[in-house]
Design a protein around this ligand. Structure first.
Ligand SMILES: *[C@@H]1O[C@H](CO)[C@@H](O)[C@H](O)[C@H]1NC(C)=O
Length: 269
């Protein structure tokens, strides 16, 4: 079964990550499972999930009432659908007016051998924009979190400009695209993506994209010993790293740029 194959569970060794279930948004009733089934999940899959999960759940890590919960099964099926959707998705999600060569490069986005420099050239030096847009839309995070496309494009172009600010030959937007693509591969190929909520995937991709924002190309030690502005602001502590985060979150202060504008307060936190 394709879907069960995607799960990659080893029932003999895997521990059900209870935190995964408890963190996911709860569905209210068994009706939701019914709905999912009619959405095209084969009954073998739900049966398999049911037997797998109820077995494990019978050995509760905590002493609470641990009857098989349909909710848990629903969540597992949902996770499967989420991954399945990503795999199935045709490569149609490229940014508007993206040259065919860019779309072609992005076909390899699930591979370790992905060529970020080829993406840079074909996208006329906009590797980060092209890549981040592709991943956000492939994971369907833009619809899930109602990210306005105008915010996303503005955020990405502002982000890229920041990466270019110091003409950094290494820690630039191409590096950010490279790290973001590698993170995507890690999530996907390790199966880790099955254990994360959509919010966690969004958070991870965002973190990868901003992680060296406005890097000066010098070390923290250099900042400290030259008593740079950043060293003074951050009191010599994780000078660059503090700046990457602070500056990136500052971008989101602008409503036109804030891709998280429709997140709830809790999701934002
Ligand atoms: C990225 O692409 C631009 C435009 O095609 C090119 O001028 C630049 O040399 C490329 N950078 C790298 C590191 O390949």
């Amino acid at each position: 079964l394709k879907l069960t194959g995607l799960f990659n569970f080893r029932t003999d060794s895997v521990l059900i990550p209870t935190s995964y279930f408890s963190q996911r948004q709860c569905l209210d009733s068994e009706d939701d499972l019914q709905q999912l089934q009619s959405d095209g999940v084969p009954s073998e899959v739900t049966d398999w999930l049911a037997s797998t999960f109820t077995q494990r759940i019978r050995q509760p890590p905590r002493g609470v009432d641990e009857k098989p919960k349909f909710r848990s099964i629903v969540h597992a099926v949902q996770a499967g659908i989420f991954v399945e959707r990503m795999f199935k998705r045709a490569y149609t999600a490229a940014m508007p007016d993206q040259p065919a060569a860019v779309v072609n490069c992005l076909r390899d986005v699930d591979r370790w051998s992905f060529d970020v420099f080829a993406l840079n050239s074909t996208s006329s030096d906009h590797a980060l924009q092209a890549l981040f847009f592709e991943l956000i839309t492939r994971y369907e995070l833009n619809t899930r979190f109602k990210i306005p496309i105008s915010c996303l494009t503005k955020f990405l172009s502002t982000l890229e400009r920041g990466y270019c600010k110091h003409n950094n030959p290494y820690h630039n937007h191409i590096h950010a695209a490279d790290v973001t693509q590698t993170l995507h591969c890690l999530l996907l190929r390790s199966g880790l993506v099955h254990w994360l909520t959509e919010l966690e995937v969004l958070g991870s991709l965002f973190a990868a994209a901003i992680h060296d924002f406005e890097h000066t190309g010098t070390t923290n030690n250099f900042h400290i010993h030259t008593k740079s502005d950043l060293a003074l602001i951050y009191n010599d502590r994780s000078v660059q790293e503090s700046h990457h985060l602070s500056a990136a979150f500052r971008l989101l202060q602008d409503e036109q740029v804030n891709i998280f504008v429709h997140l709830t307060r809790e999701e934002w936190m």
